[in-house]
Design a protein around this ligand. Sequence first.
Ligand SMILES: [Zn+2]
Length: 407
Amino acid sequence: MADQTLARYVNELNVLTLLRTKGPTSRASLSRQLELTPATMSRLVGEMARRGLLREADGSPNNPDSRAPGRPGVEIGIDPGGAAFLGVEIGVGIVRFCLLDLAAAPVDTAQTKVAPDIAPDAVVKMIARHVEKLRRSPRHGAKIRAIGVTVPGLVTLDGDVVHLPILGWRDVNLRARLSDAVGMPCFVENNATAAAFGAVYTQPSLQKDCAIFLKLGAGCGGAAIVNGRLLRGAAGTAGEFGHMRIAGSGRLCHCGQRGCLETTVNLAAMARLFNSAAPEADPAHIQLPEEMAVAARRRDPAALRALASLRRHLGLGLVTLVNIFNPSTIVLGGVMRPMIELCLDQLRDTVAKGIVPGTLVPEIRMSALGIFECAVGAAAVAHHHSFDIANFDFSQRELAFSPPAAP
Ligand SMILES: [Zn+2]
């Protein structure tokens, strides 16, 4: 029984993943690509259509007779409304929400200002209220399957928030508290790691590959995504790219070391170079990069100094990352975006000339997700978890995408 259930589970996930990443196709093509008999594929597609997960690609309603012979050439696609996944970014002074549909496209975003030192319980209550609001909406209703949350700090594999000095949290098991409050699977992830995952996961062409994401703002973090999966490390804290030591000395970093990349490219470093009257940047001062970029375009000397420093230090960091990971793509995100855009071509040049000769020169691009990148990433983590065969639970009789129980 377990073997049959596992086989069906794998087949369903493969159908959903194939349709999400490659777009609608016919049952015949699906059965060829997944090496299933046409009869098995027809039965599978029919069952999934009845559960609201698939529909005919022209947008026609779910067809209960879709396994009937005579319609084998009709293209099948994901029904985006079949399930939803909520992502939450807990930032400094702000909480952002993003809902992804079953096709992993954002369908709803919201943000709320909060106290910069908000307590974990208050955040859990806020998320639970937002979930209730979404559940009451006729559009998304009971279809939310899982929640992903990001925090600006270290998170272990089990969702314990290890170190969150920026909010004053320590040893908070956010995942357990939130799961209890909302009654559905929850996942907690570092903000830059989740943003990295979202930037790649929502770009299906990048998934089979090695991509590096670097997020620059109040801090500097990132992640490597290899073959569609986050490189997590032994305890889940991999990707602290900002603490790559690019100099033997330099400003003291909050990690206790000197010479970390983060201390040269974060908001505070830019603020020091741009405006000596404000030596320590407010971490929430997200307008600063835009102000600096405007000033740099009119050749303001302080802004050009900041830009030159960013270009030099970020270039060093990128060269090291390329030498270590051999990525095909580097995605740059975070609030530093307006400044990075001004030196993107020079960064590409620095990388091409600085990496080990013979190494593939990666494409370097800006993230397309904007200010909701962490919330999108958090939702993508939840979405991916539901598609990940590693999460198959033999004790469950229901499949991952079974219709939700009636309230
Ligand atoms: Zn450091």
